[in-house]
Design a protein around this ligand. Structure first.
Ligand SMILES: Nc1nc2c(c(=O)[nH]1)N[C@H]1C(S)=C(S)[C@@H](COP(=O)(O)OP(=O)(O)OC[C@H]3O[C@@H](n4cnc5c(=O)[nH]c(N)nc54)[C@H](O)[C@@H]3O)O[C@H]1N2
Ligand SMILES: Nc1nc2c(c(=O)[nH]1)N[C@H]1C(S)=C(S)[C@@H](COP(=O)(O)OP(=O)(O)OC[C@H]3O[C@@H](n4cnc5c(=O)[nH]c(N)nc54)[C@H](O)[C@@H]3O)O[C@H]1N2
Ligand code: SF4
Ligand SMILES: [Mo]
Length: 754
């Protein structure tokens, strides 16, 4: 397959197979003149040097890479040959990092907004002026309102040091989308049930069966994880994919469960009822390690095959088929815990059901199951601990947070946003936004804009002029991940050879930053100096920051440099050894099928299904997911990636399309249940591969900042249509898949037949 790939095809098919194709093979083709698009600047690799120590951040998976550098310019990225994680491979986005480094639209200088928030006019200013302004404004907020007058929205590796500084200042309002729009429920519900957070530590490669609920691996590309999945398929593992859409994973499935959106918890309860009724679950595991089996049995009894089939709108025999397949292969079943779970606002219970099913199969710490892996221990950089006076008023937001007892770390974003708008329980008047595009990633855009309009001051640090930057008063340009030292990456590999191995890598620059871009330690230290905290600065620069973390593992940047950026040592297999018992970090030390803690907090102690709202007549549910060659909106301006996938086609059921008079390739826009219209338009993909009650678009398109000249106004911004949210009681996380759309073609609104 690799032999016939041009780079164009590589990017296009960057879903499943291409994820494992080293670009070096493709380059060989390009050099023989078959590829039309030149991959590298004219010339040869003769005068290039290879710089090691890169760690990718085109997404958050952190593949290890090397750069080919000629005349101080990066001309190609490749997987680090030493990597035991991604190996020689990078995905389409990883390969295209070069186009981020040299994107002419990238932020180059500190800038001041002399126009309006949301409709900025930029004036280039010096770092002196930028930092003086930020320090004075943030200090003014602290003087007037205390540190609680500041809010921080952050994401990504470079935000670690800044958030540590704002914690030191006593800022209590911190929100990270990685929890609140992503995997918060997955982490918290798994913790509550199993006592550990499996993240994506699922041994698919050695499984005999796999179950993906949602989870669209192959479009969702985290490289070594996709390789792990592909290896499972190669080894003959039987795949079940539960998705209303014929996703890239569904295309590889033995059983595709074309489920009605929002009914997955019912499906999981139905599976458990069947397994418990037939007695085909893993009895010895459950007897030894689980609490509440009888209660679970009684609780799921109502989920007969007939009732489940009706609720989920799937054939009953498929439920039996899936249950028997899973039982047949237990415990070697990879029940994927999922990552993105902020779906409907009833998701905590779904993840609990997923964890209970995993437990019934005994698919934990064994080949094919979810596994508790040990990573090497490394250090943290802290600012000194400061005791802040506890004004009872300061605790008011914290008390509101208590309403969500199973919330992930940080402040629920909607609570913070409401506080920003109302000033209650206390005013939040300055915002620090670091590496997160909240306009695109926090649901209910209007509310976000309203909250931002109410601020005295907004400081944004980013690398590109993404939409959020339009709301900055002061905009700071950061050196990107290929131009700076940064956080470390570590992992364990037990799939690729008989001997498990552990590794530690640290992000090191491959080239110098251009223009006036700076790294986060420099920026924060300069800010801290101006705010009178010079004596407490914990590290002088980014190198010291990294060295400090590495020290605990007896490593340093100098040592890593000699090791081509990656230290590898013998690791431990995550599988239980004969005679060993698994450990669960719950209060009881057992897997809690029935959770006392949830009962104490007045939430259902057994996984419970709550129906989600149905689409109104004429509308279909808008579901969303990933484009394999883009990461959210952050790659929208990447010239290579946008040339391959410039917009996000709308998946529409073929029979519905026929009734609507819509053809494949027609250009349409969308209107949601509240009458909100998408600013942009896109093409329709007419397909039998999606149910009639929903339409699908990939997230991250429809950039509205004209400074992103490549991505501007391409496709539809899913988030602009997420005006309704369902805040989950357990966690405070917002469910977003409760928005419904109909289609606008040539200015005419067309109902979608259900
Ligand atoms: N290429 C690429 N890869 C990425 C990212 C990226 O930006 N680009 N981002 C990464 C990040 S941070 C995350 S969190 C992950 C997210 O990726 P996942 O964790 O896989 O996200 P999900 O929302 O579980 O999966 C989306 C799928 O759910 C289906 N779906 C929609 N509604 C329902 C439903 O009610 N039930 C079921 N069973 N399925 C439903 C959609 O059709 C779609 O196929 O991707 C990661 N990988
Ligand atoms: N509607 C909708 N909303 C969603 C999702 C969805 O599918 N649909 N997915 C959710 C999920 S799973 C997640 S994880 C979140 C992600 O939420 P975000 O983290 O907000 O998403 P990104 O697009 O990655 O935004 C990152 C921002 O950081 C900038 N950036 C990139 N590199 C750097 C850097 O080195 N330094 C700095 N300072 N900035 C940098 C980018 O240019 C961009 O502006 O979104 C969530 N929100
Ligand atoms: S999966 Fe792709 S984008 Fe993500 S870190 Fe790896 S190479 Fe980079
Ligand atoms: Mo995510």
């Amino acid at each position: 397959m690799a032999m016939n790939l041009t780079r164009r095809n590589l990017l296009k098919t960057a879903s499943l197979a291409a994820a494992s194709v080293p670009l070096s093979k493709v380059v060989a083709k390009a050099e023989t003149g078959i590829a039309k698009v030149p991959l590298i600047p004219p010339g040869s690799f003769k005068k290039t040097k290879t710089v090691t120590g890169g760690v990718c951040e085109m997404c958050f998976w952190r593949c290890q890479l090397v750069g080919k550098v000629r005349d101080n310019r990066l001309i190609k990225l490749e997987g680090n040959p030493k990597s035991i994680d991604n190996g020689l491979n990078l995905c389409a986005r990883g390969n295209s990092g070069i186009k981020l480094v040299y994107d002419p639209d990238r932020l180059k200088y500190p800038m001041k907004n002399i126009g309006k928030r949301g409709a900025p006019k930029w004036k280039k200013i010096s770092w002196e002026e930028a930092l003086d302004t930020c320090a004075a404004k943030l200090q003014a907020t602290i003087d007037k309102y205390g540190p609680k007058g500041i809010g921080v929205w952050y994401h990504g590796a470079s935000a670690h040091y800044p958030t540590a500084y704002f914690e030191y200042l006593g800022v209590p309002n911190m929100y990270e989308p990685a929890f609140y729009q992503c995997r918060g429920q997955t982490a918290m519900a798994m913790m509550q049930t199993l006592g550990f957070v499996p993240n994506e530590d699922v041994d698919m490669a050695n499984s005999k069966a796999m179950l993906l609920v949602g989870c669209h691996l192959g479009e969702n590309i985290h490289l070594s994880h996709v390789k792990n999945f592909l290896k499972g398929l190669e080894n003959g593992s039987k795949l079940v994919v539960v998705d209303p859409r014929f996703s890239a994973s569904a295309a590889k499935a033995h059983i595709w469960v074309k489920i009605k959106p929002g009914t997955d918890t019912a499906f999981l309860l139905g599976l458990m009822n069947y397994m418990l009724g037939k007695g085909c679950y893993n009895k010895s595991f459950v007897d030894k390690h689980c609490l509440g089996l009888n209660k679970l049995k009684t609780h799921v009894a109502e989920w007969s095959i007939e009732k489940t089939a009706k609720e989920c709108d799937i054939p009953g025999k498929q439920i039996v088929e899936v249950a028997e397949l899973l039982c047949e292969h237990a415990p070697h079943v990879a029940v994927h815990p999922g990552r993105h779970a902020a779906w409907y606002g009833n998701d905590f219970q779904r993840v609990r059901a997923n964890a209970c099913l995993t437990a019934l199969l005994g698919a934990i710490d064994c080949p094919g199951g979810i596994v508790q892996i040990k990573r090497m221990s490394t250090g943290h950089v802290h600012w000194p601990k400061v005791e802040h006076e506890e004004d009872p008023e300061d605790m008011a937001l914290a008390e509101m947070e208590e309403k969500y007892p199973f919330r992930p770390p940080g402040t629920p974003p909607e609570l913070m946003r409401e506080t920003m708008v109302t000033g209650k329980p206390y005013p939040i008047k300055s915002m620090v936004i670091w590496g997160t595009n909240s306009i695109k990633t926090m649901p209910n855009q209007e509310e976000t804009m309203k909250a931002l309009a109410n601020m005295d001051f907004i400081m944004v640090t980013d690398v590109s002029p993404t939409d959020i930057t339009m709301w900055a008063d002061i905009l700071l340009p950061e050196a990107c991940y290929l131009e700076r030292y940064d956080h470390i990456e570590k992992g364990t590999q037990w799939n690729q050879s008989d001997k498990p191995q552990q590794f530690v890598a640290a992000r090191m620059p491959l080239v110098e930053p251009m223009f006036e871009r700076k790294d986060s330690v420099w920026m924060i230290n300069e800010l801290a100096r101006r705010m009178g905290h010079e004596k407490d600065i914990p590290v002088k620069n980014q190198e010291e920051f990294v060295d400090h973390m590495l020290k605990e593992a007896d490593l340093s940047i100098a040592k890593l440099r000699k090791l081509d950026g990656i230290y590898i040592q013998e690791g431990e297999s995550p599988y239980l050894k004969k005679g060993d018992e698994p450990e669960f970090g719950t209060d009881s030390g057992k897997i809690e099928l029935y959770s006392e803690a949830m009962d104490d907090e007045d939430f259902p102690p057994l996984p419970t299904y709550t129906r989600t709202e149905e689409p109104p007549k004429g509308y279909a549910r808008m579901i969303y997911g990933r484009s394999p060659v883009h990461t959210f909106n952050r790659t929208a301006n990447n010239a290579w990636l946008s040339r391959e996938v410039p917009e996000n086609p709308l998946w529409l059921n073929d029979e519905s399309a026929k009734k609507m008079g819509i053809k494949d390739g027609d250009r349409v826009s969308l209107e949601n249940q509240a009458g909100k219209r998408s600013a942009g338009s896109t093409v329709v993909k007419v397909t039998p591969g999606i149910r009639k009650d929903c339409v699908f678009i990939a997230h991250g398109f429809g950039t509205f900042n004209p400074a992103m000249t490549v991505g501007y106004n391409k496709g539809i911004d899913d988030n602009s249509l997420n005006t309704k949210i369902n805040r989950e009681g357990e966690t405070g996380i917002s469910g977003m898949r409760i928005n419904f759309v109909r289609i606008i073609k040539n200015g005419k609104t067309i109902n979608i037949p259900g």
